[in-house]
Write a protein that binds this ligand. Structure first.
Ligand SMILES: C[S@@+](CC[C@H](N)C(=O)[O-])C[C@H]1O[C@@H](n2cnc3c(N)ncnc32)[C@H](O)[C@@H]1O
Length: 352
């Protein structure tokens, strides 16, 4: 949707509702200058557009969507559900799987492997927001190619249950090819996840620590046992909206530890234990770890700083974030709230 279409939708609404444009911006997206910025030609994210549409739809008397057919009703999502409710998963996954961005990112991350100096007992890597695990799986393949006989400690943070499921799908093959691996997945915040330690004592008391030693030696056997984790994840990998700032928060902190039982002896000193954990990462991957609307201060203080503290001396942190005006953003915006690009269209965008 173009800026002038969004603007005319907002001004129509404001006229009908007798609402000032600054009030609209504040109430819809917590930004009193929204309309001013749109008039200046500034672009907005799909998330902001969804919130604008949602605000108009829910503020229209009787819940009737305004005329002109421009407004898409907000998605009916249960905020107590397990989905990463502030994003549109279909669009994200379409993007991940129909363009080369994540491969290019993984290739770039893999270049860092030449600059790290792992120390016994393991090479330690942390993915600060795994998403569906595409980037992590590719990086792990490259790590195996470069360090085939080194034990790996692979930790990742992800709040979304759906994304954790998708990442877990990639684990059996990694465990088959690189048996000396310990995987640790958590839903904790940036300042907690690398250390697997919640800051708040009530959260720490409610923490769930789940260790699974996978039996067998084939990827099929590992996959079957990982699939059995479904009910556990369903029950415990839950997110809510913070009442204060509507940010997603975990219900209970969870650490899920996976490794091959037939490598337990070798991995003993690497397997984390509740209350006995360390960060000391050789490599931290921060690929698209923050929302476009978060402030630079927030990104630096709340995300990058704790991740930097999680590095061991000589460790490397690689950050990847969209700066806008790139083919990826253009593609996401072109997909609009009401339609999804066909894979071929997506690829055409990314080929540019
Ligand atoms: C935890 S983050 C990143 C996950 C993973 N590290 C990756 O790079 O895909 C997942 C969210 O980042 C956002 N995202 C991923 N790639 C993006 C891109 N190129 N531009 C903007 N946002 C992106 C999407 O909203 C997605 O739901």
């Amino acid at each position: 949707m173009k800026n002038d279409e969004i603007l005319s939708q907002i001004t129509d609404f404001c006229r009908r509702s007798d609402m000032a444009e600054t009030t609209f911006g504040r109430r819809a997206v917590n930004d009193g200058k929204l309309v001013h910025r749109l008039r200046e030609g500034k672009r907005i994210t799909i998330d902001t557009l969804d919130r604008i549409n949602g605000f108009i739809a829910t503020s229209t008397p009787g819940g009737v969507a305004p005329p002109r057919g421009l407004v898409v009703p907000p998605e009916k999502r249960d905020p107590r559900g397990n989905f990463r409710f502030f994003e549109n998963r279909q669009r994200y996954l379409l993007f991940v799987h129909t363009c080369s961005e994540k491969r290019v990112i993984a290739d770039r991350v893999a270049l860092e492997l030449g600059a790290i100096h792992p120390r016994p007992p393991a090479l330690r890597v942390f993915d600060a927001g795994m998403g569906d695990g595409t980037v992590l799986a590719r990086v792990l393949r490259a790590m195996h190619g470069r360090f085939p006989h080194m034990p790996f400690y692979v930790a990742g943070k992800e709040l979304s249950l759906e994304d954790v499921r998708l990442t877990l799908d990639k684990v059996p093959d990694r465990l088959f090819e690189h048996p000396a691996s310990v995987f640790v997945f958590t839903n904790m915040y940036y300042a907690e996840a690398p250390w697997l330690t919640p800051k708040n004592s009530a959260a720490a008391a409610s923490m769930i620590w789940h260790e699974v030693a996978l039996r067998g030696a084939s990827s099929g056997e590992f996959e079957a046992q990982i699939a059995e984790l479904g009910p556990f994840l369903e029950q415990n990998w839950r997110a809510n909206l913070s009442p204060g700032n509507a940010m997603p928060i975990y219900e209970r902190p969870v650490a899920l530890v996976l490794y091959r039982d037939d490598h337990r002896f070798l991995l003993d000193s690497i397997i984390p234990r509740a209350g006995r954990t360390e960060a000391n990462f050789d490599l931290v991957i921060a690929s698209q770890p923050y929302r476009a609307k978060s402030s630079v201060n927030f990104r630096a203080k709340r995300i990058i700083a704790p991740l930097a503290r999680a590095l061991r001396g000589g460790g490397r942190l690689i950050g990847i974030h969209s700066h806008g005006s790139d083919p990826g953003l253009e593609m996401i915006q072109a997909s609009g709230p009401e339609k999804i690009l066909s894979p071929s269209a997506a690829m055409r965008y990314c080929a540019r």
